[in-house]
Design a protein around this ligand. Structure first.
Ligand SMILES: CCCC/C=C/CC(=O)SCCNC(=O)CCNC(=O)[C@H](O)C(C)(C)COP(=O)(O)OP(=O)(O)OC[C@H]1O[C@@H](n2cnc3c(N)ncnc32)[C@H](O)[C@@H]1OP(=O)(O)O
Length: 393
């Protein structure tokens, strides 16, 4: 899934920065009264874009695309791409927004924009400060086992640890392995400043031949399997919430045995905003944990909780100051991991036994309702809106 997303992004970027190789002859004068842009200036600018050392970012690439199209083809008069063709729709919107801007004026603006980019990329750039550097993207999930603790770490910090389809599969496999390994405790945590930003919304753009219906159907199965695996997990399961948590990473917390959070963490379930509905058994666990009206505030209205609020509502076990979070939590977990593993297993089984059947039924129903939601206009519009703001262009 991540590979496909990358491909989509690259294809788009490639289209913008490399495709304008044949630039038809244009008039000689630009629209600006003070500057005149020749065909050669424009062609040079097009070539310069290909040589930019730094990625100018989505917003600029979109502007370049729109201006190039306007300069070479004139006002947009091609049909608007379908709602699910997110990237082409975003490009179309940008081009169309230029309205009746003349080819000459568009050419001038294109040249000016490229010139400003070239200038800024030539300015001396000392080594990027560590705080601004993006950590390298390696394996999206890292599983380690040490001191009686198996740790499953979400490792897409540049995407706030959003869960790709592949990651759901990998987490299921990691949980299955952890349920049989030598460790006493299993931990889920995140790399970087976020715990997890929930479902990766670009998952919705990867349509197979079966189209939207097939995407929704396979999403339902994957969600049900993922949550079933958490419901059935036989050992103590601990969430080490190292930063903000969104969507499914919050809803599944009701299935964990213990939740430790940094005081920087927040807990947000914006389902209504996304035209979606609760999952992870939260429609059952949240009212049980915090009472129905507090649960409704989160699950219906998307109220974002601070770590302290989540703790007061019983969703979080304990909150730690961010500065000492890792040290304190891991010291505690190491001590717990020395407890007799069989006693822990058996105790967990007794605690959860009464609920299991109910939880599986809730999971199946939530997953089926979500399948329908994913096909709704409300959901599609919300995702299209996120992607048009955020997609790598
Ligand atoms: C099959 C099972 C399905 C189960 C269904 C579950 C439902 C849910 O989980 S619903 C929740 C879905 N998540 C969201 O709606 C969160 C969307 N993301 C955001 O609102 C923001 O990104 C943020 C508040 C999490 C962080 O904002 P911030 O300004 O600090 O950082 P950004 O620049 O936005 O993010 C950095 C980078 O990461 C990308 N990204 C973050 N979250 C997601 C996501 N959930 N899906 C896809 N991409 C995400 C974001 O686009 C940025 O990417 P670029 O650097 O390439 O622009």
């Amino acid at each position: 899934m991540a590979v496909l997303a990358g491909r989509l992004a690259r294809r788009w970027c490639f289209g913008l920065l490399r495709s304008p190789t044949q630039v038809p002859a244009l008039g000689l004068h630009a629209g600006s009264p003070t500057m005149r842009t020749s065909q050669k200036d424009f062609n040079d600018a097009v070539s310069q874009v290909k040589l930019l050392k730094e990625d100018p970012g989505n917003e600029v690439k979109l502007k370049l695309y729109a201006l190039y199209k306007q300069a070479t083809e004139g006002p947009c008069n091609v049909p608007k791409p379908g709602m699910l063709d997110f990237i082409n729709k975003t490009k179309w919107d940008a081009w169309n927004a230029l309205g009746s801007l003349s080819k000459e004026a568009a050419r001038q603006k294109y040249v000016d924009l490229v010139s400003s980019l070239s200038t800024s990329s030539k300015s001396p750039s000392p080594e990027t400060p560590a705080a601004d550097r993006k950590p390298p993207e390696g394996n999206s999930l890292v599983v380690t086992s040490e001191d009686g603790i198996t740790t499953i770490r979400l490792n897409r910090p540049t995407k706030k640890n959003a869960l790709t389809t592949q990651m759901y599969h990998d987490i299921i496999a990691a949980l299955q392995a952890a349920s049989k390994d030598e460790s006493t405790i299993t931990v889920l945590t995140g790399s970087g400043d976020y715990y997890c930003s929930g479902n990766d919304l670009t998952n919705f753009t990867h349509l197979s031949a079966g189209g939207l219906e097939e995407m929704a159907r396979s999403g339902e199965v994957l969600l049900r399997d993922f949550v079933d695996c958490l419901i059935d997990f036989p050992k103590p399961l601990v969430a080490v919430v190292n930063g903000p948590a969104v969507g499914i990473s919050v809803t599944i917390l009701g299935l964990f045995d213990v939740v430790y959070a940094t005081d920087r963490a927040t807990f947000h379930t914006p389902f209504s905003h996304l035209g979606q509905s609760p999952e992870g058994c939260s429609s059952y666990t949240f009212p049980k944990i915090m009472g129905s009206s507090k649960a409704a505030e989160m699950l219906l209205f998307g109220k974002k909780l601070t770590a302290q609020e989540a703790c007061a509502r019983g969703l979080v076990t304990e909150v730690f100051p961010d500065g000492t979070f890792q040290k304190e939590v891991w010291a505690r977990l190491k001590a717990y991991s020395k407890l007799p593993p069989n006693a822990l297993r058996i105790s967990k089984q007794i605690i959860r036994k009464q609920e299991k059947e109910k939880l599986h039924a809730v999971n199946a129903e939530e997953s089926s309702v979500l399948r329908e939601r994913w096909l709704s206009d409300e959901c599609m519009n919300a995702i299209a809106s996120f992607l048009s703001r955020k997609a790598k262009l």
